[in-house]
Design a protein around this ligand. Sequence first.
Ligand code: CTP
Length: 422
Amino acid sequence: MNEGLGPLAGRRIVVGVSGSIAAYKAVSLVRMLGDRGAVVDVAMTAAATRFVGPLTFESLTHRPVLDDVFELDAEQQIAHIELAEAADAIVLAPATANLIGELAAGLVGDAVTAIACASRAPVIVAPAMDAGMWTHPATQRNVATLRDFGYILVEPEVGELASGLTGIGRLAEPPTIVAAVEHLFARAGDLEGLHVVVSAGGTREPLDPVRFIGNRSSGKMGAALAEAARDRGAAVTLIAGVMSVTPPRGVTVIEATTAHAMRESVLRAAPNADILVMAAAVADFAPARASQRKIKRSGDTLQIELVPNPDIVAEVGEMPDEVRPFLIGFAAESNDLEANAAAKLRDKGLDLIVGNVVGGPFDAIGSDENKVTVFAAEGALTDWPMLPKRQVAERLWDLIADRYRHSRGATESTTSPRRRRS
Ligand code: CTP
């Protein structure tokens, strides 16, 4: 047994096992987590106990298996809730289509769903099922819901399935799942002590009491960034334009639905922020006048005069060093991504810019996935594939946290240290 000095040492991990033939792989998973120093509790659905006996897990963990919360007395039920609260992570492996559906719907029918639902710990889901079930729209919709909850997905693999056919749906191998758990803890806390401000969503520029000029931004990328920063220990302020997703819990939300309101909120928050990520789609123009009364239909052409809005991130870029946060912008481009992103990075005084494509088949707007390229003054830094936005957010924070630390180290060694704020 390894001494457990890695990222899993002393971590409380609940492994939730559901009823799939792949349940036998959960045995190696539990052993590997224990070998790395984690304290593992196993919860099983009734169906899972038909594939692997609870005693197998109890022998490995030396702890009772939770297999039916509803047969327990009140005191034991409370113990389960305490376990849900004490858990540092929950790993659902294998997760059947049924379990994924229950979690997406918020249905609590057994020990696994009860713990996952009661806990606020990060949840890693490793699905296992037949290829047809995995690709079914209901499963994909439920998986998308879990991603929206912030659950981390360890994708099923392609290989021979229980049916004897080959396809996608095989449970990821235990070392892959362990790596996902280790990655979670390795980066946990890397933004501890920092104040991160993220702007998200689109702005709406009013024309009259009922109409506006807006854009298709959903706020999903900014919400994923805010949530990931929160999970890494940052104090997070989300400056929310119009969003189609609910802001994550545990972050301070400031609503700002016009470009001018957003400017005010961002300029107020920026001097107290260590890092500012402007993911919002800010309207570049607003109607010169918003009519107090609803504009009436007439047979005539309607002319609307548009005036430019302030460039918010560029204003932050011009702040003096002592108050200017580490600054990340986004570039939404339909063409010439690299050249346009490089120009925005320079013109707006950014430290990094995240370029993404809008319009066409790879349209990032409103999508759950995004393909981005990050640019710094020296050029493109990344070559990432299309990924779920939460995974994009994690990769972005890996990069931003690293660059931020270097920039602060560099600044502190010069004569103008950054002002530290409370
Ligand atoms: N941005 C801003 N204020 C604006 C417009 C944009 O702070 N009035 C920020 C965005 O939040 C983003 C970056 O600037 O971080 C680039 O936004 P983008 O819409 O790609 O570029 P624009 O500067 O608006 O240029 P264009 O629309 O001409 O491509």
